[in-house]
Design a protein around this ligand. Sequence first.
Ligand code: SF4
Length: 231
Amino acid sequence: MEEIEEFGKRLENLLKYGNVRGPKRTIGVTSVSFCSLKAALTTRYDVRFFGEKNKERILGQVLHMGLLGLIKDSWPYLQGDIGDNPEIEKEVSYDLGDGGVLSGKIDLVIGEHVFEFKFLKDWSYEKIPENLDEVDEESVLNAYTEQLNAYLNMLPDAEFGHLWIFRHNELIPWKKLKIKKDSKAFKRFLKRARDIIKLIESMENGELPKDPKPRFGWECRNCIFKSICSK
Ligand code: SF4
C-alpha cells in the first residue's frame, strides 16, 4: 500500500512540477560559498535579510547604479567595447538535476565580461594581497572569486571575470581583480550546491547535522542561526 502511495506522490510531482521530487529547490549562488547548514536553513525557511542588513542592501543598490558611468571611464582597462550592451543585475540559473536549481543575479554583464562588485566593511583591507594565489584560506575573497567563477560557467558566452572591491561608501574601486574561468572549480561548487539540497531534504525528514562545520572560521560570529545551532 505504501508503495502505491509513494508511486502516486512521485507521479503527481512529475506532472505538477516536472520532476518526481516535488517543487524545485532554488539555491542562491551567494549562499553556496558559505556554511552549508546556514545555506540550507536560509533556503528552507526563506529567510531574508532584515534590519541593519537591509540598509546595506539599499546602499549597495544605489552604489551599483552609479557604477556604470565609472565602468565606462575605466573601459580601456578592459580593452573591449562598451557598445556591447551592458546588462545590469542579470538573472542566471543552472539546472542541478533532481529538482534543484542554482540561481543568481550578476551585477553587470558586458559581452564576454562579467563583473561583481563587493563592498567591504568588516574585512581588513590590508589582508587582500595583489596576487590572488596568496589569498589566505580564511579570506572572504575565496567566496567571492568562487561565486564569480560560477557566473562565468553559468553564462554560455562569458569568458572574463572582474571582481571589483570597494571600501565601504566609496565609488572608486579599491581593487580590481581579474578572475579566470575554471570549470573544475565550478564542478566542486555544483557538488556543494547539491549537498545543500540533500541537507535540506534530511532536515525535512527530521535529521539535523550533529556537528555542523562552517566554511570559514569567522562565520558563526555573525550567523543569525547561532542561537539554535549546535556549533
Ligand atoms: S552558527 Fe555556524 S555552523 Fe551554525 S549555521 Fe551558523 S555558520 Fe553554520
